[in-house]
Structure formats: structure tokens, C-alpha cells
Design a protein around this ligand. Structure first.
Ligand SMILES: Cc1cc2nc3c(=O)[nH]c(=O)nc-3n(C[C@H](O)[C@H](O)[C@H](O)COP(=O)(O)OP(=O)(O)OC[C@H]3O[C@@H](n4cnc5c(N)ncnc54)[C@H](O)[C@@H]3O)c2cc1C
Length: 411
């Protein structure tokens, strides 16, 4: 007898429980739309996730009435970002003037943020989150997507839905199976991701350090630093061939205050490779299907804005689609409206990221010239008001979205 296939029928099936998929799931369920989110991992506990919750995301959390609960959970509030270029400290961003309720970046490990969103999603009878469930293919009738096929610990699942959303990240199975054409914008780097312990005497400001041939990012995670060492794309094997000792020395040279801890990196087992890509779909949708965030436009880590874009895409999609999903009247034009709404912020942000990749990162990684801060950045030391510009771009972004959907379960 062939193995049985479990079938679920829903209004909206979301592939991927990252920031975009989870937030869209919460927003739709809250608006009274029956939604199923499928996440291939058994939990959200993975190291390779950004930790930055931006002021614009906190504004969305406030608009959902959840800010108090968010702020009760463990996090760090960061009001200034400082970069170190060739030994010069540059105060790059000052968030204390952003036009939102929370004038800071909140650093919260992403698994805690996703647990927070999931906790609130589960309060709605319309929300279903299936962990350990990997989307493997689309269900199609001609050009129309009818749902997905997935594997679970107990077998095979088919989720049939009026709308399928691909929120399964930069290596999206959904977009690949849908055959949506991609434009690759290129990224000159990859990132080596690792932890080093944090001492109470260390600074608590997250830092980016740029020196000849080296870029080192340090994110504060309580008792340890989550660190990213940026390397030229494709150089991973060459870096490994030089040996772990040489790698430790590189880190100690760029961030002297952790020189006493680099031995915590015992072997390459402690260092993970994260590949960076910047791309976007020409068309984010086809009948019955929409891709959002990294699945529609993979973001570079430059500026740490990927999660912000994820939340903004989710809010825009829910604003445009929630009522139509309830009345089963989602049309091709509604999916096109989501792409239209998010095209400007996506293209401008990616353009800025690509400029920084070309002009700053490629130059720093070439190691040919000693690094000194460009004149424009030196002005940031003298003219504090300039620090509001990067704060606005990173913290709020271009054309921020606001929650327009209502809580269908609130009297
Ligand atoms: C090195 C690096 C550092 C970064 N640092 C930051 C930062 O500090 N701040 C920031 O804002 N952004 C950062 N970014 C960007 C940010 O991580 C992404 O833009 C953001 O996570 C995208 O969210 P998402 O929900 O679209 O996708 P993801 O976060 O990738 O989530 C996709 C989810 O889908 C699941 N999934 C994948 N395939 C399937 C499948 N077939 N079936 C079911 N589930 C599936 C995955 O397990 C995952 O949970 C960084 C990126 C990189 C590469």
C-alpha cells in the first residue's frame, strides 16, 4: 500500500518561519485569515541569524499592542553605532532622533524574537505553525499554484491553499520550483561566523572594525560576542589553508581587546561559513503564489537591515491581502500590488548596499592600501547631526509600513 499523504486545506500557506514568514503568519491570523506556516527546522535556534530589531519593527510591534511584552524580554538597547576604520573611531549612527516610539536598536537573539512572534501567533485559532516540516515542491494546476508538498517526521504532507507565500529565505525552494527569473546583483564577500566570550569590562556597543584586508563585526549577545569576519567571496578554503593560528592572529590584529580570547576558537569546527548574496526576482508572484523578503530579494548583511525589510514586506503583504484572503477574492493584480508597494524600498536599499560593497568592502578587503576614514566619515566626528542620516536609513528605512489590519478577535 502506498504511504498515506496527510492533506491540510487553508487560506494561506507560508513556506518558511523566518522573520518574514512568522510576522506575516501572525498578521494574517490576527486579521482572521486561516494560515499555516511551515518551518523545516525543529526550533528557531540557529546561530546564523541577524539579531537587530529596528525602531521600525518596534513600531510595528507597538501597533500590534505587543511592545510591553517585547521590552520585558531579554534584549540590549543600542542608541549609537560606532565603526573603527584603520584605528579611527567614527560614531556612525545616532538613533536618539528617529521618528518612532523606540529610539534605539534592540539586540535580541533572533530565535527569541521568533519565539515571541510565535507565542503571540498561537493565541489565534487561525494560526498554525508546523515545525520540522520542509517544503519540497509546489502543487500546481497548469500555471496556477495550489499549495505545497512537504515532508514531516511522520511522512508526507500536502497543504492546499488559496495563496502560497514563499518566505523560505535566500535559497528558497518555492521560488526555484516556481521558476521565477532572478537578477543577481553580486556580492564580493562571504562571512565567517563565530563566538568569543564577552567580559564585563568590554564595551557594550556593537562594533564594526575595518583595517587593511580585514573587516570584523561584533554583536553583543550578553555573555558572548557574536562575531563576523568578512572574507573575499570564494576565499574560504584559502583562509582555512593558512591555518587556524593565522586566523586567530588576524582577529587579534583587528580587535586587540579580544586577543586574550582568540584561543576559544579551537578548530575550524568553531567557525561557520555564511555565504552572502544580493539578488531579486523580476516578478515576485504568479497565480496563487507570492514570494517576499529574501525569497524575493536576498539582502546583503551591509547595514544589518535584512530583518527590517522582512517585517516591512510582511506588513505590506498583510495590509493588501488580508481582507481579500478572507473573502477568497485575491487576484493577480493584488499580488502585483504587493510587489509594486515594496519595489522602491527594496531597490534603493539594495542599491545602497551594493555601493558600500563596491566602495568600502572591496577596498578594505583588497588590503592594498592602509585604511583611513574617508573625509565624509571624518565629518561625522565633528558634526553630530550627520549621524542621524544612517540612523534613519538603518533604523526606519525607506517608506516604512504601518499595520492597517484589525484584530478580528478583539471585541
Ligand atoms: C552573514 C549575515 C549576517 C546578517 N546579519 C543581519 C543583521 O544583523 N541584521 C539584519 O537585519 N539582517 C541581517 N542579515 C540579513 C537577514 O538575515 C535576512 O535578510 C533575513 O533573515 C531574511 O528573513 P527571511 O524571513 O526572508 O528569511 P530567513 O531568515 O532566511 O528565514 C527563512 C526560513 O525559512 C526556512 N526554510 C528554508 N527553506 C525551507 C523549506 N524548504 N521549507 C520550510 N522552511 C524552510 C528556514 O529554516 C528559515 O527559518 C544577515 C545576513 C547574512 C548572510
Amino acid at each position: 500500500m502506498p504511504p498515506s499523504v496527510e492533506v491540510i486545506q487553508t487560506r494561506c500557506c507560508i513556506a518558511g518561519g523566518g522573520p518574514a514568514g512568522m510576522m506575516l503568519g501572525l498578521l494574517l491570523a490576527r486579521a482572521g485569515v486561516d494560515v499555516v506556516v511551515l518551518e523545516k527546522h525543529g526550533d528557531f535556534l540557529r546561530d546564523f541569524r541577524g539579531d537587530t530589531i529596528h525602531p521600525s519593527t518596534l513600531e510595528v510591534v507597538y501597533e500590534l499592542g505587543l511592545l510591553e511584552d517585547f521590552l520585558r524580554r531579554s534584549h540590549q538597547q543600542v542608541r549609537q553605532l560606532v565603526v573603527n576604520i584603520g584605528g579611527f573611531e567614527i560614531p556612525l549612527a545616532d538613533f536618539t532622533h528617529v521618528p518612532t516610539r523606540c529610539k534605539f536598536l534592540a539586540f535580541m537573539p533572533q530565535w527569541d524574537f521568533l519565539d515571541f512572534v510565535a507565542d503571540h501567533g498561537r493565541k489565534y485559532p487561525t494560526f498554525r505553525l508546523l515545525m520540522d516540516t520542509e517544503v519540497t515542491d509546489l502543487l500546481e494546476d497548469g500555471d496556477r499554484v495550489l499549495g505545497v508538498k512537504a515532508t514531516t517526521p511522520t511522512g508526507t504532507l500536502e497543504v492546499r491553499a488559496d495563496l502560497t507565500v514563499g518566505a523560505d529565505g535566500r535559497r528558497s525552494t518555492v521560488r526555484e520550483r516556481a521558476g521565477l527569473p532572478i537578477r543577481d546583483l553580486g556580492a564580493p564577500m562571504d562571512v565567517l561566523w563565530m563566538r568569543l566570550s564577552r567580559k564585563p569590562t568590554d564595551t557594550d556597543t556593537p562594533t564594526g572594525r575595518f583595517d587593511r584586508g580585514r573587516i570584523f563585526i561584533m554583536l553583543h549577545r550578553g555573555d558572548y560576542w557574536q562575531c563576523g569576519f568578512v572574507i573575499p567571496k570564494g576565499d574560504h578554503e584559502a583562509v582555512k589553508a593558512r591555518g587556524i593560528e593565522a586566523f586567530r592572529a588576524d582577529i587579534a590584529a583587528v580587535a586587540q581587546f579580544v586577543a586574550d580570547r582568540v584561543n576559544e576558537l579551537r578548530s575550524w569546527e568553531d567557525v561557520k561559513l555564511l555565504t552572502v548574496s544580493v539578488d531579486r526576482l523580476r516578478k515576485w508572484y504568479k497565480p496563487g503564489l507570492l514570494c517576499i523578503d529574501d525569497a524575493a530579494h536576498a539582502m546583503s548583511p551591509v547595514g544589518g537591515v535584512g530583518i527590517n525589510l522582512a517585517i516591512q514586506d510582511a506588513v505590506a503583504a498583510a495590509n493588501i491581502l488580508a481582507e481579500k484572503l478572507k473573502s477568497q477574492t485575491v487576484k493577480h493584480a493584488d499580488l502585483a500590488a504587493v510587489q509594486r508597494r515594496r519595489t522602491l524600498p527594496t531597490q534603493l536599499t539594495q542599491w545602497l548596499q551594493v555601493q558600500v560593497q563596491k566602495r568600502v568592502i572591496t577596498r578594505a578587503l583588497s588590503g592594498r592600501v592602509p585604511l583611513t576614514p574617508p573625509l565624509v566619515l571624518r565629518l561625522f566626528r565633528r558634526i553630530p547631526i550627520l549621524r542621524r542620516i544612517p540612523a534613519r536609513l538603518v533604523g526606519v528605512g525607506i517608506r516604512p509600513e504601518h499595520v492597517r489590519t484589525k484584530d478580528a478577535f478583539k471585541n
